[in-house]
Design a protein around this ligand. Structure first.
Ligand SMILES: Cc1cc2nc3c(=O)[nH]c(=O)nc-3n(C[C@H](O)[C@H](O)[C@H](O)COP(=O)(O)O)c2cc1C
Length: 157
């Protein structure tokens, strides 16, 4: 299948995650295009992975605009998606800022579901250890594994 991995990444952490997911998907024999959300989507795809950093518990504007511009098109309806968010690991304190931990994953998920795409799995979170990164240890590897397992699920469907 042909897959699109679209990300926005201010400090580069989400780009690493997007590329690792793309590599995993390719390892499961999919043809993958990884793009920054500021770029136009050229061609047809069978599934999409969308990744956003978290800002005050939300996805970032460029990702929101990308979804509106590209993924709300009729041709995407019913196609599988994986929603990815980077940010802090929630510590379970219940504080508002803690509830915002990597919550862009849920926000992207909700927007894509609303646009009529179908979730392949729940929202996927990847964690940074400080405001601008770096990623916590093992996150790149975990992203590659996610890509591979998502890729296998897509092939079986
Ligand atoms: C102004 C600002 C607000 C942020 N708010 C949140 C937040 O609410 N929740 C969270 O998990 N991370 C928050 N972060 C951390 C970002 O999620 C982190 O910078 C981003 O995931 C890194 O990805 P990138 O390198 O791809 O830009 C914030 C970062 C900045 C600079």
């Amino acid at each position: 299948m042909k897959g699109l991995v679209a990300y926005h990444s201010k400090y580069g952490n989400g780009k690493i995650i997007a590329e690792a997911i793309g590599g995993g998907l390719a390892g499961a024999d999919h043809t993958v295009t990884v793009i920054d959300v500021s770029k136009p989507v050229v061609g047809d795809f069978d599934f999409v992975v969308v990744g956003s950093p978290t800002r005050a518990g939300r996805m970032m504007g460029p990702v929101k605009r990308f979804i509106g511009r590209e993924l709300e098109k009729e041709s995407w309806k019913g196609k599988p998606f994986v929603a990815v968010g980077t940010g802090f690991k929630p510590e379970g304190t219940g504080k508002k800022t803690d509830q915002w931990g990597a919550r862009s994953a849920e926000k992207v998920y909700e927007a894509l579901e609303k646009a009529g795409l179908k979730p392949l799995m729940g929202p996927q979170k990847f964690f940074v250890s400080d405001m601008k990164g770096p990623l916590e240890e093992g996150e790149q590897q975990r992203a590659a594994e996610l890509g591979l397992s998502a890729g296998k699920t897509l092939s079986e469907a």
